[in-house]
Design a protein around this ligand. Structure first.
Ligand SMILES: Cc1cc2nc3c(=O)[nH]c(=O)nc-3n(C[C@H](O)[C@H](O)[C@H](O)COP(=O)(O)OP(=O)(O)OC[C@H]3O[C@@H](n4cnc5c(N)ncnc54)[C@H](O)[C@@H]3O)c2cc1C
Length: 375
């Protein structure tokens, strides 16, 4: 084991939600941690996220929930509406960090990134940009990691936190498929309408629309386009195409449509899911976050699983002398929970496409209650 200076060392691939959280949790437990991030130092641009109860609970364990609530928009209610904007149901999500704090928070991606990044840096994590892992080989109890800049480290732990298209996964000899589910999801940043104090979701004849507050001033509109081929559109066409799709919704969505017209940030992504059905670990290497399990966005819980992974990983490798044993314990604790979430999110995507909205809402609510159980 790499205890030459009484410190165990780790290389983490990727400074996303999973990588930054795992780095902070490991560094706080005394590990020397370096992150290899292929992207630039600037925070990733993009719309926003809804962090549900399990995310907030895990962030609270890291002492970061209140920072997210201060900069994001705390809320507890999901209101379901029909295509005209008439309410058809309401769900109160479980408040997992106490009755006085909200059940979830909407937050801009760059803001969450800044909070997680600052905490990892404060804990002494070295974050290197523009580099990746070129090769990883097990040498006894250590992993020999060669970075793309030619430098080499021998570390006790290698963590692949490089997202759904993970390269680390292949380097560890772990394979999974990425599955497309006939849905493209749209997001557009807009000013927050004053009535948007929780999540609103509108069930259309073909597509689903929603609004998620991100701060007092900002929100994002989402639209799930059903039954479409996976395709790319030129950036310049995104706002006008989204407005066309929103035109089939009268009532409140018409108001959102006019806000989208002025939005400078519209993105469109395929709904892709992945789940590593076998081991997530090999020797002293492991994959976490979307690299191991990427749910469809309908459950708004991919980040929750990624943050929980970081915490549980640090707990389990801290609890066991041999890293490999800790990694097996980690996967043992996480696999069923993550599988349930990925599979349920795929079922919800199918129900949405079949216009079985009530069943989709019921399943979403019951899955949120299930996820309120321990990480
Ligand atoms: C449209 C959409 C909406 C979503 N909405 C929500 C939501 O509301 N709530 C929620 O909880 N989740 C949501 N998710 C899911 C959530 O974004 C992911 O689950 C979460 O970001 C996973 O974190 P991660 O760190 O595993 O991966 P990522 O966030 O993808 O981070 C991976 C990091 O690794 C880096 N990287 C990639 N390849 C390499 C490499 N070879 N070497 C080094 N670095 C590398 C990347 O640059 C990135 O920084 C949504 C996802 C999508 C697509």
């Amino acid at each position: 084991m790499d205890r030459s200076r009484g410190v165990r060392s780790a290389v983490i691939v990727g400074a996303g939600v999973a990588g930054l959280t795992a780095a902070t949790a490991l560094a706080r437990a005394g590990w020397q941690v370096e992150i290899a991030e292929v992207g630039p130092r600037e925070a990733p641009s993009g719309w926003g996220l809804c962090l549900t109860g399990p995310s907030l609970r895990a962030l609270d364990e890291l002492g970061l929930a209140d920072a997210c609530l201060a900069e994001g928009y705390g809320m507890s209610t999901v209101t379901h509406m029909d295509v005209t904007g008439k309410p058809t149901g309401e769900a109160q999500l479980p408040r997992l960090i106490g009755a006085r704090r909200p059940a979830m928070v909407g937050i801009a991606r760059p803001v969450l990134h800044r909070i997680l990044y600052a905490e990892a840096a404060r804990c002494g994590v070295e974050i290197r940009h523009g580099v990746t892992v070129a090769a990883a080989d097990q040498e006894g109890e250590l992993v020999r990691v060669r970075l793309s800049d030619g430098t080499v480290r021998r570390v006790a732990l290698l963590v692949g936190a490089d997202g759904i298209r993970s390269s680390a996964r292949g380097q560890l000899g772990l394979e999974t498929s990425l599955d497309y589910h006939g849905q493209m999801v749209w997001r557009a940043l807009v000013p927050r309408p004053s009535w948007a104090t929780g999540i609103h979701q509108f069930a259309g004849k073909a597509d689903t629309v929603g609004l998620v507050p991100l701060s007092d001033r900002q929100a994002y509109v989402f639209l799930t386009e059903n039954g479409v081929e996976r395709s790319l559109l030129p950036d310049a066409e995104l706002a006008s195409r989204l407005r066309q799709l929103l035109a089939t919704f009268p009532g409140r969505v018409a108001e959102l449509r006019s806000l989208v017209a002025a939005s400078e940030s519209v993105v469109r992504r395929p709904v892709l899911t992945a789940f590593l059905a076998g081991a997530w670990n090999r020797g002293s290497g492991v994959v976490i976050g979307d690299a191991a399990h990427a749910p469809a966005p309908q459950m708004a819980s991919g980040a929750a699983l990624a943050i929980e992974d970081g915490l549980v990983l640090a707990q389990e490798v801290g609890r066991h002398e041999a890293v490999g044993v800790g990694l097996r314990a980690f996967v043992g604790r996480r696999a069923q929970r993550c599988r349930t979430l990925v599979e349920t999110s795929v079922t919800i995507a199918g129900l949405e496409q079949a216009q079985r909205h009530h069943e989709a809402h019921r399943l979403t609510d019951s899955c949120h209650r299930l996820m309120a159980g321990p990480a």
